[in-house]
Design a protein around this ligand. Sequence first.
Ligand SMILES: NC(=O)c1ccc[n+]([C@@H]2O[C@H](COP(=O)([O-])OP(=O)(O)OC[C@H]3O[C@@H](n4cnc5c(N)ncnc54)[C@H](O)[C@@H]3O)[C@@H](O)[C@H]2O)c1
Ligand SMILES: O=P(O)(O)OC[C@H](O)CO
Length: 392
Amino acid sequence: MKDEACEGGLHRRACNAKQPIVRKTSRLESSAGFGRVGQMPDSKLSQERTRVGVIGGGAWGTALAIHCARMGHNTQLWAMEPEVVQDINGPKHENTLFLKGVPCPHSLACSNDMPAVIQHAQLILMVVPTPFIARTIGSQSANFRSDQILVSCSKGISNETLETVNEILERVVPPALARRLAYLSGPSFAVEVAREQPSAVTIASRYDDIAARAQALLSTPRFRCYRTQDITGVELGGALKNVLAIACGISDGLGFGNNGRAALITRGLMEMTRLAVANGAHPLTMSGLAGIGDLVLTCTGDLSRNRTVGMRLGKGEKLPDIISSMRAVAEGVLTAKSAWKLAQKLNVEAPIIEGIYKVVHEGGDPVQIVSDVMSRELRSEVDPEVMAAARL
Ligand SMILES: NC(=O)c1ccc[n+]([C@@H]2O[C@H](COP(=O)([O-])OP(=O)(O)OC[C@H]3O[C@@H](n4cnc5c(N)ncnc54)[C@H](O)[C@@H]3O)[C@@H](O)[C@H]2O)c1
Ligand SMILES: O=P(O)(O)OC[C@H](O)CO
């Protein structure tokens, strides 16, 4: 296989050894001891099982692959790193690089043969960090079929084009697949989903039948999926909350306290809503799982990588040192730049996002920025634009 994702030279080792897909007998047992999902006697959820391909072997891709394999879907996971493939297919059945401590079902097969994983699947979950999506998915056009559904589970906005993930995918997938795209977002730390702790997410698609199909195939009594047609709201909610999680982390790192965090979450939500509404989203989506749900989780949860980056910045560490110490991707770092550019392009007031952009990308002093944001001209709490959109 010629792996386009390797061409930038970022992970050359990944191009070397292609490993065969090995599928073992499904065990279907729960890792958290909640019992066998999909077999609850009173469940109103679909029992239909299909072939799933997960593209991206980071924490979230692995957690979703574990979830799908545990449901009984015939699941294959594409990982770029050969060590992830070896780890998951090996005796420990664990992704120690990105999701340490959570064993995978033995039925989950991992491979670095992306065309094979895509061709295997009826349902494809795309879980590649935003900066790599266009190149990774764009290189696979010949391997997609028009009967597949592709669900993006990534959260971000391109630095170069300011496209949300749906806009990137609509541009790079074959036209027949563009009609069959959906977007999964909401409060969902990978490790909690992998451990079968209860979570709820939302799935957006322009076409309700596509969202409903993905919803039916992915829902369990421990992982409840809602659906919506507001793709813009879901995509911007998921991307922008990462920037605000960095803000809350900085505030906590500086020791600013609970009042400050609550103010950041609330006024941050207003900035998310303004930007989303200016892009055509419904403001109520920001009151949902992909809006306030994920915002609260990421701004307060210690498991958040974005909040952790903020905490470390607030404690005085330098961004390059923080990034180089992390294997995981904190999407909010790059999204801070995209979000601020987008706000300027749409002429939307976004002082917190601007402040985070300045701290993260221009070395701004967070204490000074807090003071600047708090000293702006006094104003009413809700914008007329948001009020008008809420009445529609
Ligand atoms: N981790 C979570 O709890 C979580 C939950 C919901 C959504 N997400 C989103 O899912 C997406 C993926 O995050 P993650 O947590 O699974 O990843 P991760 O941060 O755990 O791992 C990094 C991933 O990036 C991949 N990568 C690095 N360089 C690459 C390249 N050149 N080409 C292709 N892939 C490359 C790695 O292979 C790995 O899969 C992100 O958009 C993230 O915001 C994460
Ligand atoms: O760890 P984070 O900050 O990337 O957040 C992970 C998920 O997006 C939470 O829903």
